[in-house]
Design a protein around this ligand. Sequence first.
Ligand SMILES: *[C@@H]1O[C@H](CO)[C@@H](O)[C@H](O)[C@H]1NC(C)=O
Ligand SMILES: *[C@@H]1O[C@H](CO)[C@@H](O)[C@H](O)[C@H]1NC(C)=O
Ligand SMILES: *[C@@H]1O[C@H](CO)[C@@H](O)[C@H](O)[C@H]1NC(C)=O
Ligand SMILES: *[C@@H]1O[C@H](CO)[C@@H](O)[C@H](O)[C@H]1NC(C)=O
Ligand SMILES: *[C@@H]1O[C@H](CO)[C@@H](O)[C@H](O)[C@H]1NC(C)=O
Ligand SMILES: *[C@@H]1O[C@H](CO)[C@@H](O)[C@H](O)[C@H]1NC(C)=O
Ligand SMILES: *[C@@H]1O[C@H](CO)[C@@H](O)[C@H](O)[C@H]1NC(C)=O
Ligand SMILES: *[C@@H]1O[C@H](CO)[C@@H](O)[C@H](O)[C@H]1NC(C)=O
Ligand SMILES: *[C@@H]1O[C@H](CO)[C@@H](O)[C@H](O)[C@H]1NC(C)=O
Ligand SMILES: *[C@@H]1O[C@H](CO)[C@@H](O)[C@H](O)[C@H]1NC(C)=O
Ligand SMILES: *[C@@H]1O[C@H](CO)[C@@H](O)[C@H](O)[C@H]1NC(C)=O
Ligand SMILES: *[C@@H]1O[C@H](CO)[C@@H](O)[C@H](O)[C@H]1NC(C)=O
Length: 758
Amino acid sequence: MGFLQIQLINLLAILLIITSSKSSLTATPPNFPIALNPNCIDHCGNISIPYPFGTTKECYRSSDFLVTCNQTFDQLKVFLRNSSIEITDISLDGQLRVLQFIAHDCYNQNGTRAFRNNPWIRLAKSRSLTVNNTANKFTVIGCDTYGFIFGRRLDRNYTTGCTAMCYAKDDLIKGSCTGSGCCQTSIPEQVWRVNLSLGSYHNLSHVWSFDKCSYAFLVEESAFSFSPENLTNLRNVEKLPMVVDWAIGNGTCEEAQMNASSYACKNVNSKCYKPRNGYGYRCSCSEGYQGNPYLIDGCQDVNECEDPYLNNCTDIKLCKNTNGSFHCACPKGYHGDGRKDGRGCIRGESLAFKLAAGISLGIIVLLLVAYWLHLELKRRRHTKMRQMFFLQNGGMLLQEKISRRERPSNTTTIFSELELQNATNNFDNNMIIGKGGFGIVYKGFLPDNRIVAIKKSKEVDPNQIEQFINEVIILSQINHRNVVKLLGCCLETQIPLLVYEFINNGTLFEHIHNEAKAHFFSWEIRLKIAAETANVLAYLHSIASTPIIHRDVKSANILLDQTLTAKVSDFGASRLVPLDQTQLSTLVHGTLGYLDPEYMQTNLLTEKSDVYSFGVVLVELLTGKKVLSFDRPEEERGLANLFLSVMKKDQLFEILEENVMREGNKKQLTKVAMVAKSCLHVKGDERPCMKEVAMELEGLVLGEKHPWVQTGHDEEVKVFLLEGEFSGAINVGEDNSTSIDFDSAKDHVMLSTMGGGR
Ligand SMILES: *[C@@H]1O[C@H](CO)[C@@H](O)[C@H](O)[C@H]1NC(C)=O
Ligand SMILES: *[C@@H]1O[C@H](CO)[C@@H](O)[C@H](O)[C@H]1NC(C)=O
Ligand SMILES: *[C@@H]1O[C@H](CO)[C@@H](O)[C@H](O)[C@H]1NC(C)=O
Ligand SMILES: *[C@@H]1O[C@H](CO)[C@@H](O)[C@H](O)[C@H]1NC(C)=O
Ligand SMILES: *[C@@H]1O[C@H](CO)[C@@H](O)[C@H](O)[C@H]1NC(C)=O
Ligand SMILES: *[C@@H]1O[C@H](CO)[C@@H](O)[C@H](O)[C@H]1NC(C)=O
Ligand SMILES: *[C@@H]1O[C@H](CO)[C@@H](O)[C@H](O)[C@H]1NC(C)=O
Ligand SMILES: *[C@@H]1O[C@H](CO)[C@@H](O)[C@H](O)[C@H]1NC(C)=O
Ligand SMILES: *[C@@H]1O[C@H](CO)[C@@H](O)[C@H](O)[C@H]1NC(C)=O
Ligand SMILES: *[C@@H]1O[C@H](CO)[C@@H](O)[C@H](O)[C@H]1NC(C)=O
Ligand SMILES: *[C@@H]1O[C@H](CO)[C@@H](O)[C@H](O)[C@H]1NC(C)=O
Ligand SMILES: *[C@@H]1O[C@H](CO)[C@@H](O)[C@H](O)[C@H]1NC(C)=O
C-alpha cells in the first residue's frame, strides 16, 4: 500500500517535471523585438512578420520583402507582395513556407481536355527569393503524364521534368513515387523563377477508368506522401506547401560589408554568412544570443541557465549566465568544469586553489620568519645595549674587584636584568616600598626566597648614575652589621640597579615621628641606636686608605630591622676622601636641617659635617621634634638652633620627649645632650670627632645597662625593671646590645685587616 503510494507520487513528480520542461522548451516567447519599430505590424494572425519583411514601405527592407496581411473570409492571411502566393511561416533562418498552386490537366472520356492550368510563380522582382532545393521536390502525378518545370537559374533558362506512367491501378504503390503514377525530381540551387507545364501522351484515354487528371507541383517533400487515391482526390486541392529561401541582396558578405549603410547585419552580436542556396547573404545572431540579427538591438543574450537543454551543468543551480555564454561552477570542495559532457566536478581542490593556498602559506611563513628576525634583532640590540650599559656602568671594574676579593663574595653579586624583572614582577607599582631621594625602591623576591630591596632611579640623569656607582663602590668596601648590606647590582640597565638586604621595620624617622610608634620607642633603644649610628660613622671615617663621608646622615636614612638594630643606608651622596686630602671642595649636598652650616658656607667637606648631622639626629632622638618646623618662631625653625638656645637657657628638660623624660635618668640625658651640643658646634674644628662621640655614647649605653650599679636612682630603676618585665623588647635589646659590642669590636679588627690588605 505504502509502496504503491510512493510509486504513484514518483510518477506524478516525473510527469510534472516532463510537462514543465516541455513547456519551458516550447514557450520561448519572442520577448525581443522582431519588427523594425513598434509602429510596424509584426504579426498577422498567428504568423509573425520579422524584419526585413514588413507590410509597409517603412517597415520592410526592400519591396522584395513586402507582405500583405489580408482578411479572407474569417481568416487573416499573409501574402507575398500583392500576389496570390500565401505565406504560412516566415523564419529568420532564411526560409518562407508558401502555398503554391498545383498544375492540373484533366480529360473527358472521349479524350477531350476537360480542365487545365499551368501556374507560374514569380517569387520576386530581384533574386532575393529562391526555391529551396533540398526541402522541395518537383512532383508529377498521373498514369499517362509528363511534367516540366521551366525556370530561371543564374541568368539562363532552366528546365527539368519527369514522366509518370501506369497501366493498372494495381501498379500504384502507396508511399512510392518512383515513376508508377508518381514521379519526383530534385531541382538545383538558385532557381528563382518557375513555370510548371503538364502534358499527356494519349489524353489519359487508356487509364481514364481510374485516372482522369494529371497533376504537377513543387512541394515540400515532407508534406506530401503519394497515395493511389491522390489520382482523384488531388483534383480538389488548389495549393500545396513549398519552401522558399530568402537572402539579402545579391553579393557576398565581404561585398555587402563595404557599404555599411546598406549592410543588413546591424547588430554587434550578429554575423554574416553565405547561404548554400540563393544569391545574397544572411545574418544570424552570434552563438549564445537569439533574436532578430537584422535589427540594431535585435540579438539578445540567451540565458542558458534557465534551460537545461542549453547548458550541460551538472548542477543547474551552479550555472552562471554570461553575455553570450554561461559558466558551470562546482560545489565547495570540488573542482572541474562542472559539465556533464566535460570533466564534471571532482572532489578536492583545484590546482589554482592549491597554488593560491601554497602562495598564501608561503607568505605567512615569510612573515613569521620576518617577525622572528625582527624579534631576534631586537633581542640582540637589547643584549648589546645591556653590555654597553654594563661597560659604561663600570661593570668590568666592579667584576674585577669582586673577583679579586679573597672572601667568598656572597656579599656582592652581579644580577642580570631578567633576574630582577622576575623578582619585582617586572617592576610592578605594587612592589614599590619607597621613593627615596633619587630613586624608587622596590621590594623583590629572589628565587632562593631572599627578600631584597631594589633601588632604581626614576629619571635618566648621568649624575644619578654617578651616585649609584659611588654607592656600589663604597658599599662594596664596607661590611658592617649597622650598614645596609649591598647584595649586588645590575649594570645591564641604563641606570644601574642596586640590590640590598631588605630591612623591614621602617626608618628611624618613622619611629621618632609616628605617634603610635614613638610611644613604644624607649629611651634605651634610642640611645642604643644613637650609639650604633655613631659607631658606623666612626668606622666610615676611620677606614685607613680612603675614609668615607656619608654626607646625608639623617633619621630617614637610618633603617631599623626587626630587632630595632640601626642600619645606615643611602650612600649615594657619599664621598671617598683620599688620605692626602682632608678637605674636599664639592657642591653642597645633604638635607636641609641636617646640613652643616660651615659646609654650606665654605663648600668644604670634612668628616665634621657628618658629626654635625649626627648631632641633629641625636637631638631628634632626645626631643622627638621635627628637624624643620614652620610652626616654630623663625630663629627656632631649625631643630639645632632650637636645641642650642634651649641649652643656653638651661631648659633642656622642657623640650625632651615624654618617654625619654620618663625613662632616662637626668644625668645620662644631660650627658647625651652635651654630646649633641658639642656635635652642633658651628665651627667644625671644635666638634668632637665621630670616634669620640661613639665612645661616649657606648659608655653611656653600658652605664644604662646596669642602672642598679649607680646609686640614688631607685625609683627610676624600679620603673625600668617594671617595664622590662612587661616588654620583651628590652630583653632582646639587651642581647643585641652585647652583640653590638662584640660586632663592633670585630668590625674594628676587620677594618684594620681590610685596610692593610689594600
Ligand atoms: C496558424 O494557425 C493555424 C490554424 O489556427 C494553424 O493551422 C497553423 O499551423 C498556425 N501557424 C503557425 C505558424 O503557428
Ligand atoms: C485583399 O482583400 C481585398 C478585399 O478583401 C481584395 O480586394 C484584395 O485583392 C486582396 N488582396 C490580396 C493580395 O489578396
Ligand atoms: C501588384 O502591383 C503591381 C504594381 O506594384 C501591379 O503591376 C500588379 O498588377 C499587381 N498584381 C496584383 C496581382 O495585384
Ligand atoms: C466529349 O464529351 C463531352 C462531355 O462528356 C462533351 O461535352 C463533348 O461534346 C464531347 N466531344 C465530342 C467530340 O464528342
Ligand atoms: C487529345 O486532346 C487534344 C486537346 O484536347 C486534342 O487536340 C487531341 O486530338 C486529342 N487526342 C486524341 C487522341 O484524342
Ligand atoms: C512563365 O509563364 C509566363 C506566363 O505564361 C511567361 O510570361 C513566362 O515567360 C514564363 N517563364 C518561363 C521561364 O517559362
Ligand atoms: C527562355 O524562356 C523564355 C520563355 O519561356 C523564352 O522566351 C526565351 O527565348 C528563352 N531563352 C532561351 C535562351 O532559350
Ligand atoms: C493523398 O491521398 C491521401 C489518401 O487519401 C490523403 O490523405 C492525402 O491528403 C492526399 N494528399 C494530398 C496532397 O491531398
Ligand atoms: C545582382 O547581380 C546581377 C549580376 O551579377 C546584376 O545584374 C543585378 O542587378 C544585381 N541585383 C542586385 C539587386 O544587386
Ligand atoms: C550604399 O547603399 C545605399 C543604400 O542602399 C546606396 O544608396 C548607396 O549608393 C550605396 N553605396 C555604395 C558605395 O554602394
Ligand atoms: C531548405 O529549407 C530547409 C528547412 O525547411 C533548410 O534546413 C535548408 O537549409 C534549406 N536549404 C537551403 C539550400 O537553403
Ligand atoms: C551537452 O552535451 C552534449 C553531449 O555531451 C553536446 O552534444 C551538447 O552540445 C552539449 N550542450 C551544450 C549546450 O554544451
